[in-house]
Design a protein around this ligand. Structure first.
Ligand SMILES: Nc1ncnc2c1ncn2[C@@H]1O[C@H](COP(=O)(O)OP(=O)(O)OP(=O)(O)O)[C@@H](O)[C@H]1O
Ligand SMILES: [Mg+2]
Length: 271
């Protein structure tokens, strides 16, 4: 089953272009999108979530062209946690998480019902943000804010969750906590999770499927632990490194760059 399909999409902005990108993302799995800065990962997520419109081509979410979705119906299907901190209104954590329920509200009837209340509390519990529920969002640390934004997306109760660099601002312990939480949500609810990650070790370890981009094009897709090779790192990131697996977890070990060798050699000669 395919959760998302992009069919020959192209998009141009200033000097950047997404080139004829065709991609299928499996349903009920965790997919990571990786690639260098500026390769088009966020742009791709924005096109999938209809924040941007492709110049050409089509996007299908659960086999329906995204152009055919009504706004509320789409918001009940797909939630997005954007990369940068949006200018969110200055509200308490609980009030912000409640925004996740907006697609389920009737026009002119804005109050939360018991079901909304249960889902809002559950989203805060899952992200460990209940203790901040009465605090103002802007008084929280960057990492705490990130978890609140995730709670807001979870309260939307969608089949598909798009996350653009969800581990930003999180310390290493909270990064792993988040990865474990996403894995748990995926297993318990078969939610399709698509996330942009820069940490290739985490991407390979926690996802079933990986998509690699470079210069606005797809360069590789597949099973992450197989994709992560020395040749892949050289091709996509232009770095020399070897990869070892320790208890199934991939470790990327960079090789000392040649120019650094030259520098060390010259440095020693001058002593
Ligand atoms: N509104 C815009 N105006 C001009 N250029 C833009 C705009 N949005 C994106 N771009 C350019 O498109 C390119 C791709 O941007 P995008 O944000 O998709 O990259 P990315 O892969 O998500 O990078 P990062 O890993 O740094 O988040 C960049 O070079 C960026 O400067
Ligand atoms: Mg980005």
């Amino acid at each position: 089953m395919t959760a998302i399909q992009t069919d020959h999409i192209s998009f141009k902005i200033d000097h950047f272009q997404l080139h004829d990108l065709s991609l299928s993302i499996p349903s009920g799995k965790i997919t990571s999108i990786v690639g260098p800065n500026g390769s088009g990962k966020s742009t791709l997520l924005k096109i999938i979530s209809k924040l941007l419109a492709a110049d050409d081509g089509s996007v299908y979410v659960q086999n329906v062209n995204t152009k055919k979705y009504k706004t509320k119906e789409f918001a009940k299907t797909i939630a997005m946690l954007p990369q940068s901190k949006d200018a969110l209104p200055n509200l308490t954590v609980k009030e912000l998480v409640s925004f996740g329920r907006s697609p389920y509200k009737q026009f002119l009837y804005n109050r939360s019902n018991g079901e909304d209340e249960r889902i809002i509390n559950e989203a805060m519990e899952m992200t460990n943000t209940t203790k901040h529920k009465e605090h103002l969002f802007y008084h929280l640390s960057g990492g705490e804010q990130q978890k609140v934004r995730l709670a807001m997306a979870l309260a939307q109760k969608t089949d598909i969750l798009l996350l653009d660099e969800p581990t930003t601002y999180l310390d290493i312990a909270h990064q792993f906590e988040l990865m474990e939480l996403l894995q748990q949500i995926n297993e318990d609810h078969q939610m399709t999770i698509i996330m942009v990650l820069h940490d290739l070790q985490q991407a390979a370890s926690y996802s079933h499927y990986m998509v690699a981009m470079k210069n606005g094009s797809l360069v590789d897709t597949g099973f992450p632990k197989k994709m992560l090779t020395t040749a892949f790192l050289l091709n996509v990131y232009d770095i020399n490194a070897r990869i070892i697996f320790e208890e199934g977890y991939p470790l990327i070990i960079p090789k000392i760059r040649r120019n650094k060798d030259v520098y060390c050699h010259k440095h020693n000669e001058n002593k």
